[in-house]
Design a protein around this ligand. Structure first.
Ligand code: ZN
Length: 336
């Protein structure tokens, strides 16, 4: 596979704070030799670990983007020992459009890894992250949220590693991040097209989040993101002094392990939820109803939970189609 076609204006080996652009080649009718300006910041000060911070992997997930824009302005070279790389609008065309996927090639960046240097913009970005940014990093934090269609209890997220020591390491990160919920998720079957998968292939410690969602930013979710990210930077040893001294709140550690944790719309229509975020539910319990505005005399179709658990995520738009995710659950984690 050929080398990346993305040119970095930032020299990652140079000490100091640099904010500039990754030049993503984009030759189109209005701009024959043009490139898309993906903002990136590298703050380096001597020897130490490298932390890669990413948001805007999905363009309509805003809490992480606000957190990393503020951190971009706040962190100076004197604050750092080692290197912090901030990519706050990872799928830049999607972030600029406020969409989950790229309006240019419809690419979902977090379903595109390991990417392709000869592909479209989203493929090129995934390839750059996996072959240029991740290999420089000791740890990668990827800040997601529920986006336009989902709302989460602010959560940290990590792979449930089979290796006990590895699992303990990621669980420690989630404890330090201190979101109300921390989710351990099993790796997908077959090929892994997420940034998490890329980090695993490269051998980089990784933690993600699901901070909130609904295509908005709340002060509560933002506080979780900002304080947690700052605590993690301090934990990784990349700061000369902590950005704040607030201890993490207690987190509820849950596992999300397969299709039975998800409840989907059984029909097309208008969704009436029966439960709220944070509710504990039982297998077989009614989750919500789908009503039919075109035939209001028809009885609604009822969706049911397939297992016991706590509701960590819910659908936001009222209109729904068969196959849309309405809820997903977590179940309290017990170390075996
Ligand atoms: Zn996302």
């Amino acid at each position: 596979m050929s080398r990346t076609r993305i040119h970095s204006e930032v020299d990652f080996a140079k000490d100091g704070k640099q904010s500039a652009f990754l030049r993503l080649p984009h030759s189109v009718h209005r701009s024959a030799y043009g490139w898309l300006p993906m903002p990136i910041t590298c703050i380096k000060n001597g020897k130490g670990p490298t932390v890669l911070l990413v948001s805007g992997n999905h363009g309509d997930e805003y809490e992480g983007q606000v957190t990393l824009m503020k951190l971009t302005r706040r962190l100076q070279a004197d604050d750092v020992k080692g290197r912090v790389i901030i990519l706050s609008a990872a799928n830049y065309p999607a972030a600029m459009a406020g969409m989950r996927t790229s309006p240019i090639d419809q690419g979902n960046l977090n379903r595109t890894f390991p990417g392709n240097p000869d592909g479209g913009p989203t493929q090129m970005i995934a390839h750059f992250i996996e072959t240029v940014l991740l290999p420089m990093a000791d740890v990668a934090i990827d800040l997601h949220s529920g986006g336009s269609s989902l709302m989460y209890i602010p959560s940290a997220l990590a792979r449930r590693a089979k290796n006990k020591a590895q699992r303990a390491k990621t669980m420690k990160l989630m404890e330090i991040f201190g979101a109300p919920v921390s989710m351990l998720i099993d790796a997908p079957q077959g090929e892994d097209r997420t940034l998490t998968g890329g980090a695993e292939r490269v051998g980089v410690l990784h933690m993600g989040t699901e901070l909130g969602g609904s295509g908005t930013v709340t002060p509560g979710a933002l506080a979780v993101a900002e304080k947690g990210t700052a605590r993690l930077l301090d934990h990784f040893g990349v700061l000369r002094k902590p950005l704040h001294n607030e201890k993490p709140g207690k987190t509820r550690l849950v596992v999300v392990a397969g299709p039975s944790y998800y409840t989907y719309a059984p029909d097309n229509g208008l969704f009436e939820p029966y439960v709220e975020l944070g509710d504990d539910v039982k297998a077989g319990q009614a989750a919500g109803a789908v009503h039919f505005p075109d035939t209001p005399w028809r009885e609604p179709t009822i969706a049911h939970f397939e297992r016991d658990g706590v509701v960590v995520c819910k659908r936001i738009p009222g209109r729904t189609e068969r196959g849309d995710c309405l809820f997903h659950l977590g179940s309290d984690y017990i170390e075996k």
